[in-house]
Design a protein around this ligand. Structure first.
Ligand code: NAP
Length: 249
């Protein structure tokens, strides 16, 4: 369902991004795997190739606009087009209530988790318009819809990602660029491994998901792959929670 398409995935050395890269490749896309972590990125490329797919690794820091521009340029130079972009790279950041939240932590989380998505979209949209359109999927969070005490920067950034998604969809859907966001609940990845290792915190997290467990990266990637494909041709400007019922409480 992604045959003949080129897909770019940020934060693809680990967790959800790696799963998105693998599932997009399984569906036939050629994949540009990007991350600040080179070793994990090259492992993702090797995993894609091991399942018979085609991928390259391009190192890029999503928080640097010049990297975002160079990443898209590299994808265009190597594969000649860009059909799908998944803006997935992100960090958890410090945990503290707002009055105690460190200023540098705020700036870092907003830069990577929010400005990083804007920088990505800016250059991805321009490239997609050259070849008739594409599909952008921004990885927000359930915290793009509700708050989480001690994570003000993360919560604000993810709400911002939903807003950016909507604004971009209004601007470019008529020109063939669909732009959507996904909102994962807590997903079993390295990002939350410290929380999972704390038995009390882990039990609280599981209890917050009516389905009775945390999610798997592959479950999020299946939604991303569908939004990337032409099967989602009437879907744009939407925010899709994928959260085991977290937001239904
Ligand atoms: P992960 O396993 O930590 O993977 C994220 C990858 O992005 C890591 O390789 C990370 O490198 C990389 N990265 C960090 N900063 C970057 C930057 N400036 N430029 C490029 N790459 C960078 O995390 P994940 O759980 O898969 O999270 C992926 C996305 O899903 C994030 O946007 C996250 O906010 C979102 N999300 C996750 C959950 C969850 O429960 N796991 C829930 C909702 C939403 P480092 O290892 O060096 O940081």
């Amino acid at each position: 369902m992604l045959k003949n398409k080129v897909a770019l995935v940020t934060g693809a050395s680990s967790g959800i991004g790696r799963a998105v890269a693998l599932i997009c490749a399984r569906e036939g896309a050629r994949v540009v795997v990007s991350d600040i972590q080179q070793k994990g990125g090259e492992e993702t490329v090797a995993l894609v190739r091991a399942q018979g797919g085609d991928a390259i690794f391009v190192a890029a820091d999503v928080g640097k606009p010049e990297d975002a521009e160079a990443l898209v340029a590299r994808a265009m130079a190597h594969y000649g087009r860009l059909d799908v972009a998944c803006n997935n790279a992100g960090i958890g950041g410090p945990q503290a209530p707002t009055a105690d939240y460190p200023l540098d932590g705020w700036a870092q989380v907003i830069n990577i988790n929010l400005s990083g998505v804007f920088y990505g979209m800016k250059y991805q949209i321009a490239a997609m318009l050259k070849t008739g359109g594409g599909s952008i999927i921004n990885v927000a969070s359930i915290l793009g819809a509700v708050g989480f005490a001690t994570s003000p920067a993360y919560t604000a950034a993810k709400h911002g990602v939903v807003g950016l998604t909507q604004a971009g969809a209004l601007e470019y859907s008529a020109q063939g660029v669909r732009i959507n966001a996904v909102g994962p609940g807590f997903i079993h990845t390295p990002m939350i491994s410290a929380l999972e290792q704390d038995a009390g915190a882990n039990a609280m997290l599981v209890a917050a998901h009516p389905i009775g467990r945390l999610g798997r990266a592959e479950e999020v990637a299946e939604l991303v792959a569908w939004l990337a494909s032409d099967r989602a041709s009437f879907v744009t400007g939407a925010y899709y929670p994928i959260d085991g019922g977290y937001l239904a409480r």
